[in-house]
Design a protein around this ligand. Structure first.
Ligand code: SF4
Length: 178
């Protein structure tokens, strides 16, 4: 059985399964991720290939793309982010409702990539928290899928209380986000 279809852990008997709310909600969230593709350059093209029939991103329950931040919970940043674009990306992040997760897809989003210049943001984690970094210039669709599987792992195992924890509030505060 694939990781994606793994059974809920709990106490099982004929016709019933007792588990915790955290685990049940985690599994539901994990299999209904709504990504917001924030694609600014070539890595976005790899994402298009990831969505198409050969790689079939939809099999992870994530085929419903959202271009409205308020109806998305996975921000996928793909491409070079200029410093001018930084505030826009941050606004999109802030408009997304909790719980939300972020993937930096490719070298540019993760570190600025080959563009070590005055105008390019040297990694989106300078302005928003990032959960998973996908290496590569560009990453292949398999790598993007691997990044999403890592996000699914986080989503499945995240405590429902994490978003209210002092550690999480501290993380947001370190970015100046309320
Ligand atoms: S990491 Fe490479 S492929 Fe991706 S946006 Fe940057 S230059 Fe383009």
């Amino acid at each position: 059985m694939s990781e994606n279809n793994q059974k809920l852990e709990g106490f099982e008997g004929p016709g019933f399964l007792a588990t915790s709310l955290d685990k049940a909600v985690g599994m539901a969230r994990k299999n209904s991720i709504w990504p917001l593709p924030f694609a600014t350059s070539c890595c976005g093209i790899e994402f298009m290939a990831t969505m198409a029939s050969t790689y079939d991103f939809g099999r992870f329950g994530a085929e419903r793309l959202s271009f409205s931040p308020r109806q998305a919970d996975l921000l996928m940043v793909m491409g070079t982010i200029s410093k001018k674009m930084g505030p826009v990306l941050r606004q999109v992040y802030e408009q997304m409702a909790e719980p939300k997760w972020v993937i930096a897809v490719g070298a540019c989003a993760s570190t600025g990539g080959i563009f070590d210049t005055y105008s390019v943001l040297q990694g989106i984690d300078r302005i928003i928290p990032v959960d998973v970094y996908v290496p590569g210039c560009p990453p292949r669709p398999e790598q993007i899928i691997d990044g999403v599987l890592k996000i699914q792992e986080l989503v499945q195992n995240e405590s429902l209380r994490r978003r209210n924890s002092p550690e999480y509030q501290e993380l947001l505060a370190s970015y100046g986000i309320e």
